[in-house]
Write a protein that binds this ligand. Structure first.
Ligand SMILES: [Zn+2]
Length: 227
């Protein structure tokens, strides 16, 4: 196997595990055995180890000496920090998108909304979770700040870990109706409305988790006192 093939193989494993996390097929704390990954991808252990190392660098996997690899379990504080960060980053993104979006972008958003609404009607939980995350990545792709767009990928993956750990409902935390209102505001280039809708949307997602508001501060205080 050549160098390029190795890279492709490692990337294939990394992408597959990131997808599993994004669709919440595997949750925080789940053990990733090298042996079963070798069997799943029909690949030598060396490549599996490289993939696990890449995933650890991305903050998706935790590697523990003699204990192997597990999907990372974000703490309460990290969940609170995630939403603080998303509000900051997605405020800038939405303002850029309102100014920079093209008609083609609106077509892409409408096509995406059709898929989300179908998944919602069909009660297809995994598909809806994946599409919900993709909606935020799609929006980020319509503005010219590639660093913010790249950062959004990490934030969306982290969100999947956090909703899997702290979500109070078995369903997705992105209601398609809120995404639809955002699409309208982007289409009509209503900057203030789009910003307000995005912030309200992120607040709703956070409020649905068992980390939010008074509860989160209480839990953070407990977690800190246990250190
Ligand atoms: Zn959303």
């Amino acid at each position: 196997m050549g160098i390029r093939d190795t890279t492709v193989t490692v990337q294939t494993i990394v992408d597959a595990i990131v997808n599993d996390v994004m669709e919440q097929r595997i949750g925080p704390g789940a053990r990733l055995s090298e042996k079963s990954l070798c069997e799943r991808f029909d690949i030598r252990r060396m490549y599996v180890r490289r993939a696990l190392l890449t995933l650890a660098n991305k903050g998706i996997v935790e590697l523990q000496a003699n204990k192997g690899a597990r999907i990372r379990k974000p703490t309460f504080q990290q969940a609170v920090i995630l939403f603080e960060t998303r509000r900051l980053i997605e405020s800038i993104i939405i303002q850029n998108v309102v100014r920079q979006r093209s008609d083609e972008d609106i077509d892409k958003l409408n096509a995406h909304m059709k898929l989300e609404e179908e998944a919602f009607v069909n009660n297809d939980r995994n598909e809806l979770i994946r599409l919900s995350g993709e909606f935020h990545l799609l929006i980020a792709s319509f503005q010219n700040n590639h660093l913010l767009a790249g950062f959004m990928q990490s934030l969306v993956t982290e969100s999947s870990l956090i909703t899997a750990m702290y979500g109070q409902h078995s369903f997705s935390n992105c209601p398609p109706s809120e995404h639809r209102d955002l699409v309208k505001a982007i289409k009509n280039q209503q900057a203030q409305a789009a910003l307000d809708l995005m912030l309200a949307h992120l607040n709703h997602i956070e409020a649905d988790l068992a980390i939010s508001h008074g509860k989160s501060l209480e839990l953070v205080a407990i977690a800190m006192s246990e250190k």
